[in-house]
Every structure is written in structure tokens, then in C-alpha cells.
Design a binder for this molecule. Structure first.
Ligand SMILES: [Zn+2]
Length: 217
């Protein structure tokens, strides 16, 4: 049986949906594409009401990722669990899937309710299992996507290697800009043997400096 219904899959789907729904292109087509990528059946185009419901749920879920500590994440999840319709039930969608838990009212609940309930449930299980925040918010100011933390390594700050690299390069440039400017002549004088002045290098000068006519060693 596919592991599409595992907690990790549900949590990963949550991250993808929160990012598209709170991102620059939360169009019905873009959101439906993400739903389909995660194995959800989207029979027709999402209606404006369905999209609005999904966006509302995504906005409610973002603070769980922004919480920073496990206590704050748990407090936020408790608020969301109180909002979801519940009670907890098992469904196999009429025998078409493996049995898995749902918190939404029924299998035909609106998309927004389904997202909030399934995400709250998956993130709750992750907190229960790991006693750590279930994810984070990318520290890159030009990104801000949410991400999942499933490993046990050191605290993660960026959603992706791409964001981490971009921020590292930007920080390096900033540090270089903050350093006092040193003239290129001063840099040359540090690097070159004292016998060579800043005057243009002529072949005669080279042979004087390096009488062996070759190596600079
Ligand atoms: Zn990022």
C-alpha cells in the first residue's frame, strides 16, 4: 500500500500546500497541481470558495511553523485542534485507500476544513513523537517558506540548501563591504616582494628582481 497516507506524507503535503497557498501564486490551478502531486483527487477546478477556505487554513497553519519552540508549537496546535470539527475517526474512503485517521467532519468535508484538520493531526503526531517543533520558517527574508524538520540534527534555519547558500553569500558580501576599504596598491605591496615598487613592471626590472630569470621562489 502506498505510504501517501503516512504522517510524514501528510506533513509534507501540508508544507507544500501552506507554501503555495501563502506564496506569490496561490491560483486555483497552482493549488490544484500541488494537491494532485500529493495524490489528492481534484475532479474539477477549485471554486473561489474552496480556494478561499484553503487559503484561510494555510494562514492559520503558518504560525505552527513560525512557533520556534515545541511549547509554542503545541499551544498553537491546540488552538487549531479546538477549531477542527472532529471527532477523530478512521476512514478507508469506502475501501479505496488504507485505513487512516481523519479529524474533519466527513470524507466530503470542504477542502479548507480537510487541510486544517489533516495538517493539525499530522503536526500533532510529529510533536508527540519527536518533542520538537514540527518545522520552521525559512530565515531568508526573500523566501519565508515553511519547512518540515524530521531529522534529529542541529536546528535548521533555511528551507533548502539553495536558500542557505544564497544567505551565506549575501552575509559574506555584507561583511566584506563593512570592512575598511584598503587601496589596491596597499594590497599589492603586501603581496609582492619589497623589491618591486608600484611602478610598471618592465622586463629589465623583472630580471633584476629575479636574476635566475625564472621562478619567483
Ligand atoms: Zn527558503
Amino acid at each position: 500500500m502506498t505510504n501517501r497516507l503516512s504522517v510524514r506524507s501528510a506533513a509534507g503535503r501540508t508544507v507544500a500546500l501552506v507554501n503555495v497557498l501563502t506564496g506569490p501564486d496561490p491560483s486555483a490551478d497552482a493549488v490544484a497541481a500541488v494537491l494532485r502531486e500529493h495524490g489528492e483527487k481534484v475532479p474539477t477546478a477549485l471554486s473561489p470558495e474552496e480556494l478561499a477556505g484553503l487559503r484561510l487554513s494555510a494562514a492559520a497553519l503558518r504560525p505552527v511553523f513560525a512557533a520556534g519552540t515545541v511549547d509554542a508549537a503545541a499551544a498553537r496546535l491546540n488552538e487549531l485542534l479546538a477549531l477542527t470539527a472532529g471527532p477523530l475517526r478512521l476512514t478507508a474512503h469506502g475501501g479505496t485507500t488504507a485505513w487512516h485517521p481523519h479529524l474533519d467532519r466527513d470524507d466530503d468535508a470542504p477542502w479548507g476544513e480537510w487541510l486544517l484538520a489533516s495538517a493539525a493531526l499530522a503536526l500533532t503526531v510529529l510533536v508527540w513523537d519527536r518533542q520538537r517543533p514540527p518545522g520552521g520558517l525559512c530565515a531568508s527574508s526573500s523566501c519565508g517558506q515553511v519547512f518540515l524538520v524530521l531529522g534529529s540534527g542541529p536546528e535548521r534555519r533555511y528551507c533548502s540548501r539553495r536558500c542557505a547558500t544564497r544567505e551565506r553569500v549575501a552575509a559574506h558580501r555584507m561583511r566584506r563591504r563593512a570592512q575598511p576599504r584598503v587601496s589596491s596598491a596597499a594590497v599589492r605591496s603586501l603581496r609582492t616582494p619589497s623589491a618591486i615598487s608600484d611602478a610598471p613592471v618592465t622586463p629589465a626590472k623583472l630580471s633584476r628582481t629575479y636574476p635566475a630569470g625564472g621562478s619567483a621562489q
